[in-house]
Design a protein around this ligand. Structure first.
Ligand code: ADP
Ligand code: MG
Length: 643
């Protein structure tokens, strides 16, 4: 039989780390099973490799698998594998010590850490897999036999300060780890790890895609973990699907399989619009399988929307909603990234700052945008649909992701005065630009109708200039901030001076007309500016109006009224921006006003008419009157006196 028992002390640093793991680090105790299964899976990988390298190895590697065994009476859970196993020396080295460099420094940092979360982040860099067993067990027994050796080793510890180790006979090749479970205690986050449903749930969540079967005798225990009558009639059940599609070569996976997988991870009923499958090699190896859904989820714009990319490490599930891998504006992308060289305990904070992960993210973003771009060139109809679903979110990228501004502008699709039915790309817009036109004209507003009927549009329509009609809230911001597309700046037609009379320079007649008008209005404009000083900062003549009497415009860098409204709706204090009132010098109302002012500058009706002109301009662009009751009264008085 085996040798006598030897009791050894854990190396000091190991002991400290162990205490941290058991008592403070993990809020989620379920992960102990993920860690043990991952170790078992690694052991099976190693055995397979060794049997390939050494064909003379006397071992049966024909059915590599992991079994989970529950003994309700003894209150134990055993994770068993028929993998590579460990020698006695390996057990001492690998399990009794933490044989990684820098443990000491790590512990110092942990002691300095302000709180448990900060400590957990540090641990995340390190990985403390096997020891997580002590979170749920007050005693752990490990039995193992290395392939190619005859002796087995039994290791046992309560995780306090020492462990027992002895040599034993009669073990099969491989390793079993038996946890003597602490009683379930919901307050302490300890579930009933004897319950079949609980084990199934953890395996499904964290280890579903482990490539080796994880088996468990089922029907042996009822929900409470108590043994049922027909102990022997239970059968072995494989708990994991093992179908890690992303790990298979692309040409071996059918479209139906991709779609099925997508529906499984997304809970979507439709097939995806695009599938992106890649395998990156080099110093940071990973696989990615990403999907662009065909339809936007209902909560795409809610605050709680989470990103759809899951992170795996060597097929072990690590986290949902991995924000380090996908920017917010691509939150609709679903899928899986499986990185080979990360710790299972990697935390979100560390991922955010990891240089390699940032590289992965940049690469994935490029891939997704390329897929969208391909759709734009190859599948116009599909692209239009996609833009309809996700265009608004993609435009957020113009604010978030300066690296990809060019690409995003190429993808952008917008309504325009060119075609009432179809949207246009900026590229198409630029191709239609008139000779001498240097800017891309746009107007923002709440609906297509208000934008189209806005007085600002008049001269542009009359002269045949195309104007983009932008009605998403985000348009206000990107159009303002994005400098140019293909060398053409973006110009809001509701801002700044507009001079569409290209030929004014050479045309003496036009020059003379203009000068005469300025002179005619020389007295009215300053008077109006003073009369309306509560509302506008200037009153001037317009060259953008053909039929309306007046309109309001902003200075080049003023905030637009829609944006002002948006900020207010979000509860922000915004000083109100005064704009400029532009008058149409050819409009009968304006010429009459000028005449009346010329005849008697003190006419008491004039200030009220000025207010009406301002109010109508505000109404015409869909704005809110500061005092609607007063406006209405002034208007009715005026109408009654003329009738
Ligand atoms: P990690 O898996 O990150 O190396 P662990 O604490 O989980 O850290 O495991 C420590 C080491 O113990 C492993 O690297 C492995 O060499 C050994 N080990 C753990 N479990 C097994 C097992 N089931 N079979 C063989 N070796 C194992
Ligand atoms: Mg491990």
């Amino acid at each position: 039989m085996g040798s006598s028992v030897e009791t050894l002390e854990f190396q000091a640093e190991t002991r400290q780390l162990l205490q941290l793991v058991i008592h403070s680090i993990y809020s989620n105790k379920d992960i102990f099973l993920r860690e043990l299964i991952s170790n078992a899976s690694d052991a099976l990988d190693k055995l397979r490799l060794e049997s390939l390298v050494d064909s003379g190895l006397a071992v049966d590697a024909s059915d590599p698998h992991i079994t989970l065994e529950v003994d309700p009476e003894a209150r134990t859970l055993t994770v068993r594998d028929n993998g590579i196993g460990m020698t006695r020396d390996e057990v001492v080295e690998l399990i009794g010590t933490i044989a990684k460099s820098g443990t000491g420094r790590l512990l110092e940092k942990i002691k300095e850490a302000k709180d448990a979360a900060a400590a957990q982040n540090l641990i995340g860099q390190f990985g403390v897999g096997f020891y997580s067993a002590f979170m749920v067990a007050d005693k752990v027994t490990l039995r193992t036999r290395r392939v190619g050796t005859d002796e087995g080793t039994l290791w046992e510890s309560d995780g306090e300060g020492t462990y027992d180790i002895q040599t034993v006979d009669g073990l099969a090749v491989g390793t079993s780890v038996t946890l003597h479970l602490r009683p379930a205690d919901t307050e302490d986050g300890l579930a009933d790890y004897l319950a079949e449903w609980k084990i199934r749930q953890i395996v499904k969540q964290y280890s579903d895609f482990i490539r080796w079967p994880i088996r468990m005798a089922t029907g042996r225990t009822d929900a409470d973990g108590a043994a049922t009558e027909d102990t022997d009639t239970g059968s072995m059940d494989t708990l994991n699907s093992m179908k890690a599609l992303w790990a298979r070569p692309r040409k071996e996976v059918s479209e139906a399989e991709y779609n099925e997988f997508y529906r499984q991870i997304s809970h979507d009923l439709l097939d995806p619009a695009e599938t992106i499958h890649m395998h990156a090699e080099g110093n940071f190896e990973y696989e990615a399988l990403l999907f662009i859904p065909a339809q936007a989820p209902f909560d795409l714009f809610s605050q709680e929307t989470r990103r759809g990319v899951q992170l795996y490490v060597k097929r072990v599930f690590i986290m949902d909603d991995c924000e380090a891998l996908m920017p917010n504006y691509l939150r609709f992308v679903k899928g899986v990234v499986d990185a080979h060289d990360l710790s299972l305990n990697i935390s979100r904070e560390i991922l955010q700052h990891d240089r390699q992960i940032r590289g992965v993210r940049r690469h994935l973003v490029k891939k997704v945008l390329r897929a969208v771009k391909d759709m734009q060139t190859k599948n116009a109809e599909g692209y239009t649909k996609l833009w309809g679903q996700f265009g608004t979110v993609l435009k957020e990228g113009l604010l978030e992701d300066p690296d990809n501004t060019e690409t995003l502008l190429e993808l952008l699709s917008a309504a325009s005065t060119h075609d009432a039915e179809k949207t246009t790309t900026l590229r198409e817009y630029v191709e239609r630009m008139k000779d001498g036109q240097d800017a891309i004209y746009y107007l923002t507003g709440e609906t297509r109708a208000t934008v189209e009927n806005s007085p600002h549009m008049e001269a542009f329509a009359a002269k045949g200039y195309e104007v983009l009609i932008l009605t998403d809230p985000v348009d206000e911001v990107w159009a303002e901030r994005t400098p140019a597309f293909d060398g053409h700046r973006f110009q809001s037609i509701a801002k700044g001076q507009v001079d569409l009379d290209e030929k004014t320079d050479g045309d003496e007649q036009a020059e003379a007309d203009k000068a005469r008008r300025e002179q005619d209005f020389g007295a009215l404009l300053p008077w109006l500016t003073t009369a309306l000083s509560d509302h506008v900062k200037e009153v001037r003549l317009s060259s953008r109006l053909t039929t309306s009497a007046a309109c309001l415009v902003g200075d080049a860098h003023d905030m637009t009224p829609t944006l002002e409204k948006m900020y207010r709706a979000m509860g922000q204090q915004i000083p109100s921006v005064k704009r400029i009132l532009e008058l149409n010098p050819a409009h009968p109302l304006i010429t009459a006003l000028r005449a009346a002012h010329g005849a008697d500058a003190d006419d008491p009706a004039l200030p009220e008419i000025a207010e009406l002109v301002y109010g109508s301009a505000l109404l015409a662009e869909g704005g809110d009157l500061p005092d609607p009751a007063r406006f209405s009264r002034l208007l009715t008085d005026r109408l009654s006196s003329t009738l």
